[in-house]
Write a protein that binds this ligand. Sequence first.
Ligand SMILES: NC(=O)c1ccc[n+]([C@@H]2O[C@H](COP(=O)([O-])OP(=O)(O)OC[C@H]3O[C@@H](n4cnc5c(N)ncnc54)[C@H](O)[C@@H]3O)[C@@H](O)[C@H]2O)c1
Length: 313
Amino acid sequence: MKAFITGGFGQVGSHIAEFLLARGDEVMAIDNFATGRREHLIAQDRLHAVEGSIADKELVDRLVGDFKPDVLIHTAASYKDPDDWYSDALTNVVGGANVVQAAKANKVGRFVYFQTALCYGLKPQQQPIRLDHPKLPGNSSYAITKTAAEDYLELSGLDFVTFRLANVIGPRNVSGPLPIFFQRLSEGKRCFVTTARRDFVFVKDLARAAVRAADGTGHGTYHFSSGTDVPIIDLYDAVVEAMILNDYPEPEVRPLGPDDTASILLDPSRTFADFGDIRFTPLKETVRAAVEYYRAYGVSGGYTHLKHEPGKK
Ligand SMILES: NC(=O)c1ccc[n+]([C@@H]2O[C@H](COP(=O)([O-])OP(=O)(O)OC[C@H]3O[C@@H](n4cnc5c(N)ncnc54)[C@H](O)[C@@H]3O)[C@@H](O)[C@H]2O)c1
């Protein structure tokens, strides 16, 4: 199979690429290295790596037209600075429209997308959130622009799967509290946690499901979620345990910030019905794998999609 992966050197994209390459597929990975890193994928014959932006329509049209992929896996996203609307709009909206249209023009058989749970707003109307919850992305530039691309995908008539995600973590994770906890604890600095709860899923579990989606499982919208949430302090404790720290500052527990959501729990029932039972890797194992990665490659990022998120200061 030939797979075109946008953001192929990012956390999710590189894990999908590794699974596809390992079974003999051919992969073209485009990345502008905004948050991805070259060392995430080992150079090999069946990997065609292109440095460039999906906002470059001519480039996307040429690459997709020449490569003629069977599947387009769109993981590239901009989110580094909540105030940088231009970059978010350029990558997520213009870039998203470019890859959707290139897939359509080249009759690509499958399209796999990754949407943020922030599309449901900061105060979701249900817990767990069902797939028919209205889209309310007005909380952030990231959610607005990610939702625009998902809307284009729905408009396109392509055969697609979109996985709506809450917190995907593991090796190569550069956003959210995990890299911040690791970095601050490495420097002996105190972290803060809120009372929020989250459903942390292991990136490799998602990548396995994405490969199945690329192969033809599922149609339309899914929540990739275990269906259970844990307090963020559990993540903190797992980082402390994985780092084998004897002496570390106790975290400060703060109430929820103004744009923090108490819990983001996505109803996974449609995913379980169509993808079968998914084995979710336990949090401690996931965090151990992430800590191993940070130790080997260092921490870059620690980005937040919203202005206030646990861990930062
Ligand atoms: N990680 C999560 O918790 C989470 C949650 C919800 C949704 N998502 C979505 O999942 C997808 C993958 O996320 P991730 O965690 O792997 O993030 P990531 O930052 O590790 O990967 C994104 C990749 O896209 C690349 N990129 C950014 N702008 C680009 C551009 N203009 N052209 C080409 N490449 C570009 C980056 O360099 C990076 O390699 C994203 O679409 C994200 O919105 C992730």
